[in-house]
Design a protein around this ligand. Structure first.
Ligand SMILES: NC(=O)c1ccc[n+]([C@@H]2O[C@H](COP(=O)([O-])OP(=O)(O)OC[C@H]3O[C@@H](n4cnc5c(N)ncnc54)[C@H](OP(=O)(O)O)[C@@H]3O)[C@@H](O)[C@H]2O)c1
Length: 118
């Protein structure tokens, strides 16, 4: 029997993922071989990885074809993140979660036609 497009298992083609080196990222990457990892640390999986040392400069994505973005950058050290007083110069929960989100959103919209940002 001929496999139709609807029957084919999704491979994640056209999707980039930020946060692939963390705890959650590899679970997605290993199940979707065409998802491209983007970030400062390569993932443990065999997916293509695009090195981006600083999210303030996402020029490395200029020629990459994608219309879906999975964003799972963050920090799971909740004990430290919930501290009321963060010593001067140390990153806050805002730095860990919101700044990277804004940086990747700014790159994705309106420069691209993005179908999904998760
Ligand atoms: N783990 C869970 O069960 C769980 C459940 C619900 C929600 N979450 C949330 O999901 C998010 C990810 O969870 P996780 O367990 O995978 O976290 P994690 O193990 O701490 O991994 C964090 C990921 O974010 C990347 N990252 C952090 N700051 C970055 C920056 N400025 N630029 C580029 N990459 C940066 C890290 O890259 P590097 O390796 O380069 O540092 C790493 O890939 C967190 O916000 C967490 O609160 C987690």
């Amino acid at each position: 029997m001929t496999e139709t497009r609807e029957d084919a298992a999704p491979t994640g083609k056209g999707t980039i993922l930020f946060g692939g080196s963390g705890f959650l990222g590899p679970y997605i990457l290993e199940n979707y071989p065409d998802v491209i990892s983007v970030g400062r640390t390569p993932p443990s999986t065999a997916n293509r990885h695009i090195q981006v040392d600083n999210l303030a400069n996402l020029d490395a994505l200029r020629d990459v074809a994608f219309d879906k973005v999975i964003f799972i950058i963050g920090n799971t050290d909740h004990y430290n993140l919930e501290k009321e007083h963060v010593p001067a110069g140390e990153p806050t929960a805002f730095d860990y979660h919101v700044t990277p989100l804004i940086q990747t959103l700014e790159h994705s919209f309106p420069r691209r036609s993005i179908a999904q940002y998760l």
